[in-house]
Design a binder for this molecule. Structure first.
Ligand code: MN
Ligand code: MN
Length: 277
């Protein structure tokens, strides 16, 4: 049993398991992302959208797909340990985890669990921000820091960042020090070449999108890609995706529901790619 989740005994290797991680206490500017998982599910089941993916998979009738509900989390550093332990327990069953945030701080403990299983992981991070601060607002676990922790601990072989358009001198130094591969938004071209290798972990920050298509995020950073450009990039991934997260959706900033719609769509399309469909 994992606190808050449906029983995991019937999970089989190769399945995709969705897990809500309702954590926003490490957000630096606004809270609200903790309500993301509930809002995405509500949208998925409200009747306006069906569970078919663009590639022809019907997720609600797919045996290899389970939504396990939301993790129950304590506060503070204990939450980080709980996320890592829950991810490790799921990986032990051989499943691929699709985590719904929550803010981007959840990715560090998730990757710690993945690194214990995979020694040659590549992360593809879609984000307006590098999230590489050594420390932010007095915290090393801020949502502005997860990839600094991941790289310091040598948890992955490669980190590829796409969509970056809010960086600074410190963050550029960090990126250089860690040897990251970065496609900044200012040099984005149609169908960017990524040369990805598997096993791949996809970390999808909703603020990578232009705020005009996804206003429901805590940090608006204009000049991002549209929905189709990102979906096309995800559809083109041709290596095995062993894990993913969908983070930084903040329902408090989404009065029209347009960002919930996009997050729900990504939930389906990412799950399908994880299933190889
Ligand atoms: Mn981020
Ligand atoms: Mn971001």
């Amino acid at each position: 049993m994992i606190d808050g989740l449906r029983p995991i005994d019937s999970l089989k290797p190769g399945m995709v398991a969705v897990v809500g991680v309702p954590s926003d206490e490490n957000s630096s500017f606004l809270r609200g992302a903790a309500k993301g998982p509930a809002r995405i599910r509500q949208f998925l089941h409200a009747g306006s959208m069906n569970m078919w993916t663009e590639g022809g998979l019907e997720l609600s009738e797919e045996d290899r797909f389970r939504d396990l509900g939301d993790l129950k989390l304590p506060e503070g550093i204990a939450a980080i340990r709980r996320i890592e332990a829950a991810t490790a327990a799921l990986l032990e069953r051989g499943v691929k985890v699709l985590a719904l945030g929550g803010d981007h701080s959840i990715t560090y403990p998730i990757i710690r669990a993945y690194a214990a299983k995979y020694d040659d992981l590549t992360i593809l991070q879609l984000d307006a921000h590098p999230d590489l601060y050594d420390e932010y607002a007095g915290s090393r676990y801020s949502h502005a820091c997860p990839f600094a922790r991941v790289m310091e601990e040598n948890l992955v072989r490669r980190l590829v960042q796409v969509g970056i358009r809010a960086t600074n001198e410190h963050l550029r130094e960090q990126a250089e020090r860690f040897g990251l591969e970065i496609i900044e938004m200012r040099s984005w071209r149609a169908e960017p070449t990524l040369n990805l290798e598997g096993p791949l972990y996809l970390s999808m920050d909703m603020d990578v999108f232009d705020p005009s298509v996804a206003p429901g995020v805590s940090h608006h950073e204009p000049g991002g890609p549209g929905a189709r450009e990102v979906l096309a990039l995800i559809h083109r991934i041709d290596v095995p995706i062993v894990g993913a997260d969908l983070v930084e959706f903040n329902p408090a900033r989404d009065p029209t529901g347009i960002t919930a719609a996009l997050a729900a769509k990504l939930y389906k399309e990412i799950a399908a790619r994880m299933l190889g469909a």
